[in-house]
Design a protein around this ligand. Structure first.
Ligand code: 4FV
Length: 259
């Protein structure tokens, strides 16, 4: 998969994607990440990439021409690689649709190239959004100093879904999130920490009981912490069944008993 990233700080991206699962995926060429820097398209002697907002007010915006040229260069690079499919152009911004696992799954499944635009300053000219951008995505309702951090979240979440990037066991872990539930609690050595023991079932070696316990904990946690996610899971016939309903009922009964 090719992801083209429009950013004023390609070094930030290069360094941040040199580690872990993402770094390995790039080294193994399961992901190609190409940066386009608007500063390389600035033609004034100071290579200016910001400009003042019409109407005044604090802060600057990204200068139109260098940014537009960088986006066009990325589109042309993608068209050289994938001639028959239009590459989605996404601008990371708090005004966008909320990023979630379903959106990431859909993008990864399409196996298309993707162009991500990382804003800086107060953002970009609305006319560029209208002319060149297909979608706006937000990683959360807060303001970052740069869209690079949001773009890295998107790149990481998508890359994990590229076949072969995660090992078999890791992709199994991924499945729990893919079912829309929160993850279950995890434990490692030693068996007692601050007087707290590991749940006995995890030491039992009974893999069926362990799998049941983990699913019950995921259901219970989702019920307690993110009932909004649970409602979505319950609507999805493929993700909800009698076993989950029974396990959740068991968790709730035990929870009410201890409250
Ligand atoms: C953001 C977010 C975000 C806004 C101004 C970059 C910053 C600056 N992007 N989800 N939340 N972007 O805060 O995606 O240009």
């Amino acid at each position: 998969m090719n992801i083209y990233l429009i950013t004023l700080f390609p070094e930030l991206i290069q360094q941040a994607t040199s580690f872990g699962v993402l770094g390995r995926a790039i080294r193994q060429q399961q992901l190609r990440l190409l940066c386009f820097n608007p500063r390389d398209y600035a033609e004034d002697k100071h290579r200016t990439v910001d400009d003042r907002p019409y109407g005044g007010g604090p802060g600057m915006l990204m200068k139109v021409e260098p940014l537009a040229k960088a986006i066009m260069a990325a589109k042309q690079a993608s068209e050289r690689h994938v001639a028959d499919k239009a590459t989605k152009v996404v601008y990371l911004s708090p005004q966008g649709q909320q990023l979630n696992q379903q959106l990431v799954v859909n993008i990864a499944a399409q196996k298309n190239d993707l162009i991500l635009i990382a804003g800086r300053y107060e953002g970009i000219d609305e006319r560029l959004i209208e002319a060149l951008i297909d979608e706006e995505w937000s990683v959360g309702d807060y303001v970052l100093s740069g869209g690079e951090f949001a773009a890295l979240v998107v790149v990481d979440a998508i890359t994990r879904l590229i076949p072969g990037v995660l090992g078999d066991d890791e992709s199994a872990i991924q499945d729990s999130f893919m079912q829309g539930l929160l993850d279950c609690p995890h434990y490692t050595r030693p068996e007692t920490v601050n007087g707290q023991n590991v749940p006995a079932v995890l030491l039992s070696g009974d893999h069926k009981a362990i799998q049941r316990w983990r699913l019950k904990q995921s259901l219970g946690r989702t019920w307690l912490r993110r009932p909004d996610l649970l409602n979505v899971v319950k609507q999805e016939a493929t993700h909800w069944d009698a076993e989950k309903a029974d396990l959740l009922a068991e968790f709730i009964a035990e929870y009410d008993e201890h409250e």
